[in-house]
Design a binder for this molecule. Structure first.
Ligand SMILES: [Zn+2]
Length: 273
């Protein structure tokens, strides 16, 4: 898909891949999201080989070795994504923009069969070769900019702020290899332990009030620039929720979200100051 999308006019679209947003029902993930000043496009990508049939009941299936294999209805799936995205969009108070959607079968060897020639299916479901011409037709359909460049950027930042990568995603591979705990600034022993409002080194007896700061900067660089209380407890090897809250709040970090979803934005430059 990336290959095909690179042929789009660069200045017109911001392209997001695997953006995952929180909503009332949990999280929803968009395979691709294209933003322009005129419209947004949600793209669901399927990677299924052989052929795919769509029947009059909206069922998607293929037959292999005489057995029917059923798949979730991709049209309903992308419509649901659309609804959730629209709600999210409204919740953040951005001016309305038309939202288009498509389901793309990304493999060359997939053969799509719309058995009953249902237009609601053929409008949305397509082979990847059709993606560019379809986007071009959307561009013709939605020609007038509805938001400013500035609003588009603001919206993109909001998307990235709210983006919550799935646990167990790529980041955690690195995360598991990180040495957790706070390092002693004097002798580099690990971990220091927190007692009486200070970090204490068991090896050299060094006492520090700020030894967690380079650890948090490491976290930002290697695991991600947002951290919640649970992640900080794990990474700094401190059991107490309230101690971590105090430590993080003491750093005067930007807070995002609320309640159990609250995260802190780690500012590397300030932490290493
Ligand atoms: Zn030490």
């Amino acid at each position: 898909m990336n290959f095909h999308l690179q042929f789009l006019p660069n200045d017109d679209f911001l392209i997001f891949h695997y953006i995952r947003l929180p909503d009332h029902y949990g999280h929803f993930q968009l395979d691709f999201l294209l933003l322009s000043r005129c419209f947004h496009l949600i793209m669901e990508v399927k990677n299924i080989y052989d052929y795919m049939n769509f029947d009059e009941m909206g069922q998607a299936y293929r037959i292999r070795n005489g057995e029917v294999e059923l798949f979730g209805n991709p049209v309903e799936q992308v419509k649901l994504q659309h609804r959730r995205y629209l709600n999210w969009f409204r919740k953040h108070g951005f001016p309305p923009v038309p939202i288009e959607k498509m389901v793309v079968y990304s493999r060359d060897d997939t053969y799509l069969r719309n058995i009953t020639n249902d237009k609601s299916i053929s409008d949305i479901v397509m082979h990847r070769d059709k993606v560019l011409p379809t986007i071009e037709s959307f561009m013709k359909l939605h020609q007038s900019p509805l938001i400013s460049e500035h609003q588009l950027m603001e919206f993109s930042y909001r998307l990235l702020e709210e983006h919550t990568p799935e646990e167990g995603g790529g980041i955690n591979v690195v995360y598991q290899e990180l040495v957790k705990g706070v390092f002693c600034p004097e002798c580099s022993a690990n971990p220091m332990w927190w007692k009486g409002g200070k970090w204490r080194c068991r090896s050299c007896g060094c006492i520090s009030k700020t030894a967690h700061r380079p650890a948090l900067a490491d976290y930002a660089l290697l695991a991600g620039e947002y951290i919640n209380n649970r992640q900080a407890r794990d990474f700094l090897q401190v059991g107490s929720n309230s101690i971590i809250r105090k430590l993080l709040q003491g750093e005067d970090l930007i807070k995002i979200g609320s309640g159990s979803g609250m995260r802190y934005k780690l500012d590397i430059n300030r932490l290493l100051d």
